[in-house]
Design a protein around this ligand. Structure first.
Ligand code: FAD
Ligand code: FES
Ligand code: MG
Length: 350
């Protein structure tokens, strides 16, 4: 698979070596062909940041190479600081002209909560992408998208593409409560029919997204394709409805990812008897084949450490944010000096 982003690759190759000392290596010895993968924009500037729902934030980030290549269903992996973990996030939108990508982040643990503290003007240390296979877009007929909370943002690009391809798109958005309902206007625009379901009935209809799916089927609606994006139990429940009916159903698997290149094995999922890597073989898979129990088990493997890490973060949130910003400022300074050293040569690496 191709790795489009040079910055993450550079960091992977040169580890803790400073950019300044790495540059002569980059300048002299990169093999032909890989040269064009180096990016001059070392860090990724956040140009817009706003709250989209409870604990949910949308960011527009400068990432021109990724913006040029992104297709619906693909994601990025980002890292906030040198010692930070890598986390995958779906690209909600991209603007190849402005050179930006849009991501939506639900703050559920240490890294996503720290990320959601950032604002326009801050930077992301490194981003790699676009990763994963794009969604398969065909003219199926009637396509139903079921998405829960932040999954709505993840499903939107595919919903738009399915509508553009001539499908009748029914979007069923689910959320626990009204304040978790996000992007309703965009959902309505990306679909021909839209329904909002809330667990507590504070908005839209009360019930789960699968209730609405069952309602459509009971009403005799012919459904040709289903995409489910959200918590594993929701995707499993959708698969249990559509598999016996032989409705082609894809699910976007949120397995734990580290490198995003098929090397670490972190995102291994079981499809029937076969092992697949969600990062390179997915993230979308045929729901009828997915072993959701194994996925749930693997996703909870580090729960204790994640809880501990979140607890420590909540206790020292301000210090963590200040430390992150200080690190980014130092890096920015280093990059400014590097650009001066490069004397305009950085344009060869775009
Ligand atoms: P933690 O407390 O560390 O973890 C909370 C839970 O998140 C874990 O139990 C585990 O199930 C999951 N998780 C933890 N680390 C990872 C990891 N490295 N990779 C994947 N899952 C992990 N979330 C969004 O808010 N918006 C998105 O657009 C989005 N897109 C995704 C696309 C893909 C392909 C995948 C696999 C996941 C996506 N996620 C998205 C989920 C997001 O990556 C996790 O919520 C995030 O990694 C949690 O990190 P944390 O440190 O905040 O939470
Ligand atoms: Fe490492 Fe998929 S994230 S193999
Ligand atoms: Mg984490």
């Amino acid at each position: 698979m191709e790795m489009y982003d040079g910055n993450a690759l550079a960091r992977a190759l040169f580890g803790s070596m400073s950019l300044r000392s790495a540059f002569p290596v980059l300048r002299g010895e990169i093999p032909p062909g890989t040269r064009s993968t180096w990016s001059y924009a070392f860090m990724y500037k956040i140009v817009e940041a706003h709250t989209a729902g409870l604990n949910i934030k949308q960011f527009v980030i400068e990432a021109p190479r990724i913006a040029r290549k992104q297709r619906p269903g693909q994601f990025i992996i980002l890292r906030l600081h040198e010692k930070g973990e890598r986390i995958p996030l779906t690209i909600k939108d991209s603007d190849p002209v402005a050179g930006t990508v849009t991501i939506v982040v639900q703050g559920i643990g240490k890294t996503t909560k720290l990320l959601n503290c950032l604002e326009a003007g801050d930077s992301i240390l490194d981003i790699v992408g676009p990763l994963g296979h794009p969604s398969e877009i065909e003219k199926y007929g009637t396509a139903v998208i079921l998405a829960g909370s932040v999954g709505t943002a993840m499903a939107l690009p595919t919903a738009k593409a399915l509508k553009q391809a001539g499908n009748h798109v029914i979007f069923i958005e689910g959320a626990r409560s009204q304040e978790m309902v996000v992007f309703e206007d965009e959902v309505r625009e990306a679909s021909n029919e839209a329904y909002v379901m809330t667990d507590d009935g504070t908005y839209g209809e009360q019930g789960l997204v699968t209730m609405k799916l069952n309602g459509l089927l009971d009403a005799g609606r012919k459904i040709d394709f289903v995409l489910a994006v959200g918590p594993v139990p929701m995707m499993r429940a959708v698969a249990r409805i559509t598999t016996p009916l032989e409705i082609k159903t894809m699910v976007s698997l949120n397995s734990i990812m580290v490198d995003g290149t098929g090397m670490c094995g972190g995102c291994r999922v079981l499809l029937g008897e076969k092992s697949k890597f969600a990062c390179v073989d997915g993230p979308e898979f045929d729901a009828s084949q997915v072993n959701f129990e194994v996925l749930m088990q693997r996703n909870t493997m580090y729960r204790e450490k994640e809880c501990q890490s979140l607890k420590e973060f909540e206790e020292h949130k301000d210090e963590e944010l200040a430390e992150l910003r200080a690190g980014l400022a130092a890096r920015e300074n280093e990059e400014a000096q590097l650009r001066a050293t490069m004397n305009g040569e950085e344009k060869h690496y775009v």
